[in-house]
Design a protein around this ligand. Structure first.
Ligand SMILES: Cc1cc2nc3c(=O)[nH]c(=O)nc-3n(C[C@H](O)[C@H](O)[C@H](O)COP(=O)(O)O)c2cc1C
Ligand code: SF4
Length: 358
């Protein structure tokens, strides 16, 4: 291998980004109460786009309003949101940055009041965010309806002018719950072996592909493993990623499951999931993007030189310094200011504690 530079173009299907750095989706808590783009969202994305990153993945957007979870979370659940996204996509594109919309269903963690649930999940159980609430196993009809909702949201992203869409199948949200045997106790063909557990996530990806056509880039974010005893293992995740690769144009590798956040601390390990991503890159012929603890440009260049990994997602370092890519382009040895304290997680990704309040 070798010969790839951090500031070379990254190609995902027909999308050509100016460099290999990707802003990983980061919930900003800055939409209005109905998931619409606000002036605050516009400001955050303009700042990110002028900071030199090649591609921005927008923060997770719900595909069904009745099941959304987070306060002031973006939505792509209905056509009324489109004008705001069109303006946002134009602003991002004006800087030469590519723009990908992330879509999600939060599954057992879904359902912010006044929604009273029970929220959808692979199997009956209790909400991990509110023990007083039960969650309900999805029926086949629910699954068909939700796959259609994902597809419609992806189509809206396309209509709004995004360059691609990313389906969130990581971090313990619904599609990740289907993959995780701790959550998925189904006895039908959507549970059991990893082939059964991945059946619904694959159905969703196929529905999205049918909705956006063969040429619109689709990414998927997956856990390299759930990182907890009894969860999806790395070997199982490799099986899933290879199945996903038949439908999508790139795979973003992450890790962690809801409530078990494993993200780099001040003394933390960097490039957390690099060994898995390197293995995966040998097995698929689409780009693999590594996210989680990417902190030093020379380390990323080393991975480009020695593995098949194609790109690198950055979340917290860009909360702290949206212009980090431009700084690295000027000085590859620049050490980012972010100390990985995670105090911007989970509720206020638009603010770094190192900044005065904006
Ligand atoms: C404040 C905050 C909000 C996040 N929101 C999302 C999100 O909307 N979707 C997602 O896939 N990951 C989300 N993440 C996870 C990041 O995309 C990324 O996977 C994780 O932070 C590790 O990368 P980092 O070390 O560069 O921060 C969020 C992380 C933070 C810190
Ligand atoms: S709050 Fe902490 S983790 Fe978040 S961007 Fe700032 S320094 Fe980084």
């Amino acid at each position: 291998m070798g010969g790839k530079g951090l500031f070379d173009e990254l190609h995902i299907g027909g999308l050509a980004a100016r460099n290999r750095l990707v802003r990983a989706a980061t919930y900003e808590r800055a939409s209005d109460a109905h998931g619409m783009v606000t002036p605050e969202i516009m400001r955050i994305y303009r700042e990110l786009a002028s900071g030199g990153v090649g591609t921005i993945i927008s923060s997770f957007a719900y595909v069904r309003e009745d099941e959304y979870r987070r306060d002031r979370m973006l939505g792509l659940d209905r056509d009324e949101v489109l004008p705001g996204y069109r303006e946002l996509a134009e602003a991002v594109h004006a800087t030469g940055t590519r723009f990908v919309a992330q879509i999600v269903h939060c599954g057992a963690t879904a359902g912010k009041p006044p929604f009273t649930g029970p929220a959808w999940a692979p199997s009956d159980g209790v909400s991990p965010v509110d023990e007083t609430r039960s969650v309900r196993a999805m029926t086949r009809a629910d699954m068909d309806a939700l796959a259609a909702d994902f597809a419609a949201a992806a189509r809206r992203a396309q209509q709004a002018g995004f360059d691609g869409v990313e389906v969130h199948a990581a971090h313990g949200y619904l599609l990740s719950q289907f993959l995780n045997p701790l959550w998925n106790h189904r006895e039908d063909e959507y549970g059991g072996s990893i082939e059964g557990r991945m059946r619904f996530p694959v159905q969703v990806l196929r529905a999205v592909r049918d909705a956006v056509g063969p040429d619109f880039p689709i990414l998927v974010k997956i856990n390299s493993s759930d990182g907890v005893p009894g969860g999806m293992t790395e070997d199982e995740s490799l099986v899933v990623s290879q199945a996903f690769a038949k439908v999508v144009d790139a795979i973003e590798v992450s890790g962690t499951t809801y409530g078990k956040v494993r993200i780099a601390g001040p003394d933390g390990q960097h490039c957390l999931y690099a060994p898995y991503a390197a293995r995966l890159a040998e097995l698929v012929d689409i780009p693999v993007i590594l996210t989680g603890g990417n902190r030093l440009a020379p380390e990323l260049q080393e991975l480009l030189d020695t593995t098949g990994i194609s790109g690198f997602g950055l979340a917290r370092p860009l909360v702290c310094e949206p212009d980090l890519p431009a700084r690295w382009q000027r000085d590859v040895a620049y050490v980012p200011r972010c100390v990985s304290c995670s105090r911007c997680f989970p509720e206020a990704g638009r603010n770094c504690v190192l900044h005065s309040a904006r």
